[in-house]
Design a protein around this ligand. Structure first.
Ligand SMILES: Nc1ncnc2c1ncn2[C@@H]1O[C@H](COP(=O)(O)OP(=O)(O)OP(=O)(O)O)[C@@H](O)[C@H]1O
Ligand SMILES: [Mg+2]
Length: 243
């Protein structure tokens, strides 16, 4: 059984369906990439899983339990953590304060325990150590992304939903972010990764799905997607990856 199983998912904001019957599954321990052009419905898929899209139909299950109709807080408590597009780090809070916010789903956790866990997170994000007391507004894009990832992990998720973690970052920082994503999975967290950067996403993913205006264009292993002429032309810079 898949950890996350989506069947026949439709979603709409206004009149028109943005997702039109999507099927997608993520196995325990996998990194699955969700790719597609602007407006294809990638963020909507993550938002629907997190209970943030009011009008959905179809089925979304985590370890067999339906998430449809649940409040976001309950979905987080079950083990789904969402690192949103744009990172949403609070500019007036420190790095540590922002990261601690990610544990707000875990009732009764002591302050000292939280700080200890933040220290543990610094092991994955060594660049944040010296920035512990820096305010959000002073951080670079890469540093904001690290804070958003660390905050997402504070919920101790079974599955981490990542929306465009590489967006707007310099190439070297992008590589660093993807190394961290690979390490997060290695340490036991399943990842559903939305990306515009298909090349990088498929370099860490076990499988990928390509969305086109709310429906599935193709799915498969990275090498299958590399070799699909349609996908290659539209999403992979028109050339096969040298391997
Ligand atoms: N809050 C909203 N209200 C109305 N329409 C929306 C809303 N959010 C998204 N949409 C529309 O839904 C469609 C899918 O949007 P979505 O954000 O899921 O796409 P995406 O694949 O994440 O795109 P991008 O690569 O630009 O982030 C788009 O046509 C978008 O304009
Ligand atoms: Mg998006």
């Amino acid at each position: 059984m898949s950890l996350l199983e989506i069947e026949g998912l439709t979603a709409r904001y206004g009149a028109a369906d943005v997702l039109k019957g999507l099927n997608l599954s993520v196995g325990e321990g996998e990194i699955v990439a969700l790719l597609g052009a602007n407006g294809a419905g990638k963020s909507t898929t993550l938002r629907a899983i997190s209970g943030l899209v009011p009008h959905i139909s179809g089925s979304i299950k985590l370890a067999g339990q339906s998430l449809v109709g649940m409040k976001t807080e309950a979905i987080v408590r079950l083990g789904v953590s969402h690192v949103p597009e744009g990172r949403r780090v609070f500019p007036g809070l420190t790095v540590q304060e922002n990261i601690v916010l990610g544990a707000s789903n875990r009732k009764g956790i002591a302050r000292a325990e939280m700080v200890r866990e933040v220290d543990e997170k610094f092991d994955l994000f060594p660049d944040l150590v010296r920035l512990r007391n820096a305010l959000g507004w002073t951080l670079s894009g890469g540093q904001l992304q690290m804070v958003a990832l660390a905050r997402g992990l504070m919920a101790k998720p079974r599955v981490l939903l990542l929306d465009e973690p590489s967006l707007g970052l310099a190439p070297l920082i992008v590589q660093q972010v993807f190394r961290i994503i690979a390490e997060i999975r290695k340490r036991g967290t399943t990842v559903l990764l939305v990306e515009q950067n298909a090349n990088m996403a498929l370099s860490v993913a076990d499988r990928g799905y390509v969305l086109e205006t709310g429906t599935l264009l193709v799915q498969g292993k990275p090498e299958e997607l590399w070799n699909d002429p349609q996908v290659r032309a539209a999403y992979l810079g028109g050339h096969a990856k040298a391997s």
